[in-house]
Write a protein that binds this ligand. Structure first.
Ligand code: WTA
Length: 643
């Protein structure tokens, strides 16, 4: 195997870095390893404001953890109040650009005012600590404002990505038992309005727990407002008080629930609490992005995913940074939009996904070349493995061979980054997340939980509890135990395969379960299958991820039909649209293949492994002895050649 190129940070970068050189990293890592509780106690004391200190750092009754036991904290206070008493009072907290081109520069003081007003609105409507709010909004400042207003009062928020359909929205409102939905008329993407309110209206018909739907006017387009349920944000805001103190909450008070795909048709509500999440989020923000007070920092994710929660909202604001939020798509009005933003605001750090990098790469170098990108000093990547070719392009064309790239491995469940190079300390190898952050103890094991040697593939696990870890699955602690803690006793099972090289660097290879990763978005094969079989024409469906040049994976569906006369071309189109309606547009299948039967084991389990092989190579090898009807596979494999 050829050795990957190693990229070391420049001496100048190291000199100015928060953590300097390998010695700096190793010193921190060893300290955390030797005495994790003392280490995290120190970090929590330095990085976070506490109304009351903890009695002890960790209470660990596997798999249930409590961090900073007995302490009192408020995330909104940490993101706002503590900064306005400092030089950051008039610093820009949120630098927002709408897709049509509007700009808003919201200082910490102003953000504090806006959040306090909206928190007053919620309080006046009777919402309080422990209530649940669903937030379904475009990428506008009111989205983080709503999150921080909830956090201020201890209302548990769950942000639903604007690309989810009304069906997906409904399932989340119901599972969470939310009493308020915060939304907008719509937002802008690719020059068009994407409406949100009609999806809310459709969902609300079956959501009796919801008392109020609060609507922010973003686009001004025609929507219906239902009397007695729907309220305009601006009307409520008109009489809102600006005095709404942050409520001191228990360190383990839930901050948010974020739904993500698991291996069944039902999404899981990942629960994060306050003290541990905020501690690790804030610390990792400074470690991986080498954050400086004067940085203009931009994470291009959507706030509806965990990356946006941790590295657009809570991480940057708790650390007192300027966080850029851009509403729209990278190709509007043309493919230089991102580079235009970098140039205009002199962005120093850009954090994005391999899918976005590959899509921009494909458009050619002329777009970034149109702009001055010299302000950039650091680049980041998240969400899926980055292929070395995309890494090299990002490094050369965007970073001008000057900027370290932090490839950050983590999950919705981990809360913040677990494996990533501290940029002024750890040399990078394209495609590797490199080494774990301090206080994180990963390992790679076989099916028996035994550590595998260097260069061997195995399951990525985390051996020790960490402050930002998932606490449970909302309403389903049994599923929490079963999914993450039953495979390898005493350790957290990530669901990823990985190997470790001779330098101890981690190389994450992808999922080992039935979860696809499409454009860095997690999607379960079962979720798409359940959506398909709800269609009246479909008898059975099997879904697999197919390698895709830009999005990493694409959704490929094998479908058997009920009796009847179907126009398959039309039905193929209808089914793609159907899945988009049932889940969201990002889940729209790339391909629908009709087949007479699906390959199954004798016990009736669909053999997705074979289907994956078929879509990847168009051939089948390996063990097929458990197959019920071998001819099905041969036909599926040959069918593609006939198309
Ligand atoms: C994958 C996103 C390789 C992985 C923060 C993980 C990655 C899943 C990387 C979590 C990376 C994320 N390299 N793979 N740097 N980052 N993944 O919950 O399979 O949306 O389990 O969290 O994305 O996706 P999630």
């Amino acid at each position: 195997m050829s050795q990957p190129t190693v990229y070391s940070p420049s001496p100048e970068f190291v000199r100015n870095a928060n953590v300097q050189g390998m010695e700096g990293y190793l010193e921190l890592y060893r300290r955390a390893e030797q005495n994790p509780e003392e280490f995290w106690g120190e970090v929590a004391g330095q990085e976070i404001h506490w109304f009351e200190k903890w009695s002890h750092v960790l209470e660990w009754q596997p798999p249930f953890a409590r961090w900073f036991v007995g302490a009192k904290i408020n995330a909104s206070y940490n993101c706002l109040d503590r900064h306005i008493a400092t030089h950051r009072k008039n610093k820009v907290a949120i630098l927002w650009e709408g897709e049509p081109g509007e700009q808003r520069f919201i200082t910490y003081q102003e953000l504090h005012r806006l959040v306090s007003r909206f928190a007053s609105v919620l309080k006046n409507r009777g919402y309080q600590t422990g209530d649940r709010a669903i937030i379904y909004m475009p990428m506008i400042p009111e989205l983080p404002i709503a999150m921080l207003a909830c956090a201020r009062l201890g209302i548990i928020h769950s942000v639903v990505f604007g690309g989810f359909s009304s069906e997906a929205l409904k399932a989340r409102v119901q599972d969470l038992g939310a009493s308020v939905v915060i939304t907008a008329d719509g937002g802008y993407r690719r020059g068009k309005e994407v409406k949100l309110k009609p999806a809310v209206d459709e969902a609300m018909a079956e959501c009796p727990s919801v008392r109020d739907v609060i609507v922010y006017r973003r686009t001004g387009s025609e929507i219906t407002m239902q009397a007695g349920r729907d309220l305009w944000w601006h009307e409520l805001d008109a009489t809102a008080s600006e005095d709404c103190p942050a409520v001191p909450l228990d360190s383990e008070h839930p901050l948010f629930v974020l739904y993500t795909s698991g291996t069944t048709g039902k999404p899981k509500g990942i629960l994060h609490t306050t003290g541990g999440y905020l501690t690790q989020t804030t610390a990792s923000m400074k470690w991986i992005f080498d954050l400086k007070d004067e940085d203009t920092y931009w994470c291009s994710a959507d706030i509806g995913w965990v990356t946006g929660h941790t590295y657009i909202v809570y991480g940057p604001l708790s650390a007192g940074a300027t966080t850029v939020i851009y509403e729209g798509s990278p190709d509007y009005p043309q493919f230089d939009r991102w580079w235009r933003i970098v140039e205009k605001y002199r962005v120093n750090t850009l954090y994005t996904s391999p899918t976005a990098i590959r899509a921009l790469l494909r458009q050619g170098e002329q777009w970034p070349k149109m702009h001055d990108l010299s302000s950039l000093r650091l680049l980041g990547s998240v969400g899926e493995p980055i292929n070395p070719a995309a890494w090299e392009w990002y490094h050369r064309v965007i970073g001008k061979a000057r900027c370290p790239i932090v490839d950050t491995w983590w999950q919705t469940e981990t809360g913040s980054t677990m494996i990533a190079p501290m940029p002024g300390a750890v040399p990078q190898k394209p495609g590797s997340g490199t080494l774990p952050l301090p206080g994180v103890v990963p390992d790679i094991v076989d099916l028996n939980g035994k550590e595998v040697g260097p260069e061997r593939e195995g399951f990525l696990i985390i051996r020790r509890p960490w402050p930002g870890m998932i606490r449970t699955i909302w309403g389903d602690p049994e599923r929490f135990k079963e999914q993450y803690w039953s495979r390898v006793p005493g350790a957290y099972f990530t669901g990823d395969a990985a190997r470790r090289d001779h330098d101890g660097y981690y190389w994450v290879l992808g999922r080992v379960d039935d979860v696809m990763n499409v454009s860095g978005h997690r999607l379960s094969t079962m979720e798409v299958e359940s959506a398909l079989v709800r269609h009246p024409a479909v008898a059975e469906a099997a879904v697999v991820g197919k390698p895709h040049e830009i999005t990493g994976q694409a959704v490929c569906c094998f479908v058997t039909l009920k009796q009847g006369d179907f126009n398959r071309d039309q039905l193929g189109k209808d089914l793609r649209q159907w899945v988009a309606h049932e889940i969201g547009t990002f889940a729209r299948p790339e391909e629908i293949r009709f087949t007479e039967a699906l390959p199954k084991t004798r016990s009736g389990k669909i053999m997705r492994r074979l289907l994956r092989e078929i879509v990847t190579t168009n051939t089948v090898s390996g063990d097929v002895t458990t197959l019920e009807d071998l001819s099905v596979v041969t036909r599926l494999a040959s069918q593609h050649d006939e198309d």
